[in-house]
Write a protein that binds this ligand. Structure first.
Ligand code: SPV
Ligand code: MG
Length: 288
């Protein structure tokens, strides 16, 4: 039987990139899978936001790990776990990644920033990068942990170090055994990313998170022939925030709940998402 890592590896086709949607809880992951996304992005940003704390190594590893395990329990799509910096040095990585494998994830994405991290998209954020050799050791530790795809993420463009340094790091990380390289940018246009992708020698597939440059379509990314996975990095939590704000505001403004009824999910819909059909089958079989 193919492992989740094998299933995801087969989907990293640079001519037809796989699509991952972010999730901050199992319900969001189930909705993403139901919509047809190829994979679930176990986003640190989304989880932090769902606890209303910054995405800056504030939440403990166990909180994220438990979310990955619970997401894997309720839906089939492979889970791409955002393990930030790997929670410390190569020793921490060597202990963390086997736990993520045991939680059923298909891939881990680890970034070359120092611990504690700061959010890549935060204006004026603290973006300090590890020496290349030290991060290579962390990749090797993740590789040695078992059957999981290791995606090395370089923050060289985010840190303002330029394309040459980003290419040097991506190449060194592929040499260290990374299965793919995530190249992140917070430029408001795709120019920086397009230039990087065109210059990438293609040793391993690239991964993009186009949050800052949403005008870049999936078809344009596919045409580059270099990108195996596109991650929609935070659209579940942003959709939830927008929908909740609007619903809460309307209920108070309208003095009742009738007005929002047609625009929100029915209780029956939520029952179905909770797996009501499975529980009915259990009741029928075993309840005496
Ligand atoms: C996340 O979703 O946690 C990410 C992507 O790592 S970003 O927030 O853009 O850094
Ligand atoms: Mg993250």
């Amino acid at each position: 039987m193919s492992s989740k890592a094998d299933l995801l590896r087969a989907k990293l086709d640079p001519d037809r990139p796989a699509l991952a949607m972010a999730a901050h809880n199992p319900l969001a992951a189930k909705l993403a899978a139901e919509a047809g996304f190829d994979a679930i992005w176990g986003s640190g940003f989304e989880l932090s936001a769902s606890y209303a704390v910054p995405d800056a190594s504030i939440l403990p590893m166990g909180t994220h790990l438990e979310m990955m395990r619970a997401i894997g329990e309720v839906q089939e799509a492979p889970v791409v776990a955002d393990i930030d910096t790997g929670f410390g040095n190569a020793v921490n990585v060597a202990y963390a990644v086997p736990r993520y494998i045991a939680a059923g994830v298909a891939a881990v994405v680890m970034e070359d920033k120092t611990f504690p991290k700061d959010s890549s998209l935060r204006p004026g954020g603290r973006q300090e990068l590890l020496p290349v050799e030290e991060f290579q050791g962390k990749i090797e530790a993740a590789r040695a942990a078992g059957d999981v795809l290791v995606v090395a993420r370089t923050e060289a463009l985010i840190a303002g170090l330029g394309e040459a340094e980003a290419l040097r790091r991506g190449d060194a990380y592929a040499e260290a055994g990374a299965d793919a390289v995530l190249i992140h940018s917070k430029q408001k246009t795709p120019d920086e990313i397009l230039s990087f992708c065109r210059a990438w020698p293609g040793k391993v597939p690239l991964v993009l998170v186009p949050t800052s440059y949403p005008q870049l379509s999936f078809a344009e990314v596919a045409a580059l022939g270099k990108v195996g996975l596109i991650i929609c990095g935070n659209h579940a939590i942003r959709a939830a925030v927008g929908a909740m704000r609007d619903t809460f505001r309307r209920i108070l403004a309208e003095g009742g709940i009738a007005g929002v009824e047609a625009g929100i999910a029915s209780v029956g819909d939520v029952f179905a998402l909770q797996g009501d059909a499975a529980m009915r089958a259990i009741e029928k079989a075993y309840l005496r």
